[in-house]
Design a protein around this ligand. Structure first.
Ligand SMILES: *Cc1c(COP(=O)(O)O)cnc(C)c1O
Length: 297
């Protein structure tokens, strides 16, 4: 199973006095798992969907921004499962819907727009009766999201690696990996949000009791100014990674993670021969919000 979803990337040292010849990392290409719900999103959603069906709900409602991968994934997964979907979207409805929201709408999602204050409070609009809807938190954060993400670890035999790295928004995906990790494995999350210092606590709180003391690391240095912020250095890096390795990344999550991995290699964070696994968590649809010709792919 892993073979068709794996890429090997060889990172050559950038600094001259780096004596180890190179580090080879395996990339788990979850971006290749599906055309629409690629990446980590299906893993995070699957147990919520079965739970909603078991509890006889006919509608799933969730929260997200105008470019949210979680929103499209939820819309698609609900359509596939024969459920209605509702999206509570941050910000006012703009004259033209983003690609993401248009796609969600095409999959049958009903959209409600919340102003920033109401969104922050996750306030359900008055004209929506949520009594019959199964609510999923923003980004699929929660215990079932963690358990779904844990199946990434088992489906792809992640026990074979010394170090596992993934991008973090809510940290739910990382929580799933931590849930299954063995004590000797090093788990590193690259936080793409700026100033989200509670992430570690939020991850621990969705772990099962026996896993709450497990060690994992969150790196806060590669948010590039904050969520969905970018600069030329990041865009150049994305194009470079595409040219050299044929790995497409999204500018919100995976590009920042790959950038961080490269920086960590240059800081000699890893030993030569260490088996690194980088989780490509998908999200490529988000690049459609970039101006044409920004990326070479
Ligand atoms: C949503 C998303 C993440 C963040 O996942 P969390 O489980 O919220 O940490 C990472 N990468 C991509 C591409 C995503 O779309």
């Amino acid at each position: 199973m892993m073979n068709s979803f794996a890429n090997n990337v060889t990172y050559h040292p950038l600094s001259n006095n780096y004596t180890n010849s190179f580090i080879t990392a395996t990339v788990l290409r979850l971006d290749k798992t599906h055309d629409v719900i690629s990446g980590n999103k299906w893993f995070k959603l699957k147990f919520y969907i079965t739970d909603a069906i078991e509890k006889k709900y006919d509608t799933i409602a969730t929260f997200g921004g105008a470019f949210s991968n979680h929103i499209v994934a939820t819309a698609f997964a609900c359509k596939q499962a024969g459920l209605n979907s509702v999206g509570f979207i941050r910000g006012d409805e703009s004259a033209t819907l983003s690609h993401t929201l248009q796609a969600a709408k095409n999959y049958g999602m009903k959209l409600f727009f919340l102003n920033r204050t109401d969104y922050k409070l996750k306030k359900i609009p008055n004209n929506f009766n949520s009594d019959y809807s199964y609510l999923i938190a923003e980004g699929g954060y929660g215990r079932l999201g963690c358990l779904g993400s844990a199946t990434i670890y088992s489906d792809f035999n992640l026990c074979e690696y010394d170090t596992i790295i993934c991008a973090c928004g809510t940290g739910t995906t990382l929580a799933g990996i931590v849930e299954k990790a063995m004590p000797e494995q090093k788990i590193i999350g690259i936080n793409v949000l700026k100033g989200y210092t509670e992430i570690k606590q939020d991850i621990i709180s969705i772990l099962s009791e026996e896993n709450k003391l497990k060690d994992f690391e969150i790196c806060n240095d590669y948010h590039f100014g904050g969520y969905a912020k970018k600069n030329d250095k990041l865009i150049d890096f994305m194009n470079d990674l595409w040219i050299k390795e044929k790995i497409p990344t999204d500018f919100v999550y995976t590009a920042k993670m790959f950038y961080a991995v490269k920086a960590m290699i240059n800081q000699r964070k890893f030993k030569a021969g260490e088996k690194l696994l980088i989780i490509h968590s998908g999200g490529l649809q988000g690049n459609k919000s970039l101006p044409d010709k920004t990326l070479l792919y």
